[in-house]
Design a protein around this ligand. Sequence first.
Ligand code: ADP
Ligand code: ZN
Ligand code: ZN
Length: 811
Amino acid sequence: MYAEIIIPLALPKNYTWAIPTELAEGVMVGMRVEVMLGSNKRYAGIIKKILTEKPSEFNPKPILGVLDEAPIVYPAQLQLWEWMASYYMCTEGEVMQAAVPSHLKISSESIFILNEGADVDGQLLSDAEYIISEALQIKKQLSLVEIQKLLDKKSVYPVINKLIQKGICSVEETMHDKYTFKVENLLHLHPDYHLEAALELLLNDWTRAPKQLALLLSFLHLQKTEGHVQQKALLEKSGAAHAQLKALIDKGILVVEKRKIDRLAVDESLGNTNLHQLSSAQQLAYQSIVEQMKTHSVNVLHGITGSGKTQVYAALIEHTIQSNEQALYMLPEIALTAQMIRRLKQYFGGKIAIYHSKFNPNERVEIWNKVKSGEIKIVLGARSALFLPYKNLSLIIIDEEHDASYKQQDPAPRYQARDTAIYYANLLGAKVVLGSATPSVETYYNAMQNKFGYYHLKERFSEGALPKMQIVDTKKQTDQSAILTPNLLEAIKATVAKNKQVILFQNRRGYAPYLICETCGWIPHCKQCDVSLTLHKGKNLLSCHYCGAAYPVVHTCEACGKQSFKQKSFGTEQIEEKLALALPQLRIARMDLDNIKGKNEHDHLIQQFERREIDVLVGTQMVVKGLDFEHVDLVGIVDADSLLNFNQYRVNERAFQMMEQVSGRAGRKNDQGNVIVQLSQTNHPVVAFVKDHDYFAFYEFEINNRKHFAYPPFSRLMSILFKHKENHIAEEAANHFLKSLDPMIQKTVMGPAQPIINRIRNKYIWELCVKITKQPQQLQIAKKQLLHFIRLIEVHPRYKSVQIIIDIDPN
Ligand code: ADP
Ligand code: ZN
Ligand code: ZN
């Protein structure tokens, strides 16, 4: 017997290996096996098909060993991978690379590390396992080659796999960063007081130390309301000193447990699905969607910001898990999952788990297994959560479905997770709900074509109206260089005086996006990219936002030698500084990629803002998305022009979404909020739509544009990038490629052209853009041709070092 096996590499096709008779009995599709590629590379691959016929062209090498007793993926997942590879024009190996957590992938490049506190008990280990764990204890880490030498066996992966399962070692993919996680202190009542009577006795007999008693009472209260008590939260809520807590611990009343913050998988709290009643408007939305699910597998919940879409999703999820099926709740970005999990845990307690690519690898495998067995019913996650082995997934919610982050840019697979989820749901017979306050043009179009079901939730839960929009014309300001107009500053002051909070949005980080020599106009650029350098004042450096390179600040012009630089435009750092100068009494914080490192930091800042320890939050996109803050009354869009000046067919859509979404952070509870938009292009049509919060007028305007220029949803786009360190080679390759295409397809190609940023990391870029009709047949023909000629370029003597990147349905 033979097997077609997917290994986590970008191979043009899957290879076949022979299944030795002694292994034949235990082998099933979806299991991992150890295979050799070339003379010395070993991989844990996944069996895609079992074949009875020997391939005619070659003699397959044998599989070396079997790693699993049962498949780790379901057949539907393998079907999904195959579709993704074909649709997004990548390889199944690349999909596997993205889909499977690192602990389930072992390869020659892996490093094996001894787990801290691993229980290395000789009696529970086989001889081979014992040899390796002994060596690990001495050396702490081993490479695959070292393990091979120690074992002197043909097949080593099954041994390693057992050691991983037994918690003795972990796999590290050498090219990945190590993910570190924080530990928190959880407090519990000592078991002696678990009985009501014992606790009562303790409280009644309490004589001295009233502050300790108060602290204990706050502990009991928190335990009742939250289910578990974090030391930090308790000290904050009760205002008690650490010494009082220590006294309770020393007396043996409370005990401390150190726990990794991300260890959500072990949460056993029950949650309360009746926490909130649906409002009558939400109830109607819910019923309509349930009804439409009978006829439509995809339904759009178009609910304005603050309408309580989360509530409707929670009801749909509840409905799903009641029939013992699984639900997936997707968010576009990892950063958003932290606030949402706190909200959803109130309903679903330990039934919900969080999963994304930044998660600790051990826990990813743990969740993987629990989703596979059906123990975990609900998963909240970013893109990669789609790849978990669901036992019976029947509902996928895609929140903020319009968000560009659903598209993976780099590396391959460059997939659109929303579209992929729709395909997958069809495969599984599951239902999809696409939720947004500003549905993407494609989604709304599909709803209007009755391809998707649709419901419009028109009112805010709080019965408050959408925020009032005020446009401030920056052309009419007396001080043209002022970043914050007097209008905005006054409004900020008034808002904070009312004890409310402010969000200021600017889609550029750093201090000044570029410097320019006032004498000759020279602009400092990155040495590796065709990008002007952004000044970061706090760090005192210039930085390239494309490759991350940092340079010392220049004072002398490289072109004319004068020292007369002027800073142009502004980023979040400068807004923060100017605001602090103008209103020094405010508590201001900044949220952007520069000062937010891990997801914990992001969440920390959000929680500080929730607790109102910050008056004004200045930030990039990060502050726009889906977050729910109760006390924000004012939102300022500091430089709306910067959103309107992109050369991209989606520019209007993105600008509308961004402005409407950021506005939606204002006045979510009770009072009507205010939004101030600073801009000079006051006649831009998108601005009028935002001012009236008129999605439908925006859509009419935009869909006509798209139709006129035959852009999606009236066509499909594919972008093909040619990258090379020599500009002319990249250009020639693109032209050569274009000329080889069938004239019919040639007609649909725009370019080759240089993108606005035409060099990144020392590689010049030329782009072809293919615009084809939506007939699936034409798409197939085009893809086949493209792939054929790409393969030819890859072996062409002159162009083979050109890197070709295909992006289907680019952002
Ligand atoms: P959206 O995602 O549609 O912008 P959210 O789901 O974030 O809106 O809801 C906005 C706010 O209103 C949240 O703070 C939420 O807790 C509150 N809310 C919405 N619906 C209800 C309800 N039925 N009962 C209580 N609070 C609700
Ligand atoms: Zn100069
Ligand atoms: Zn650069």
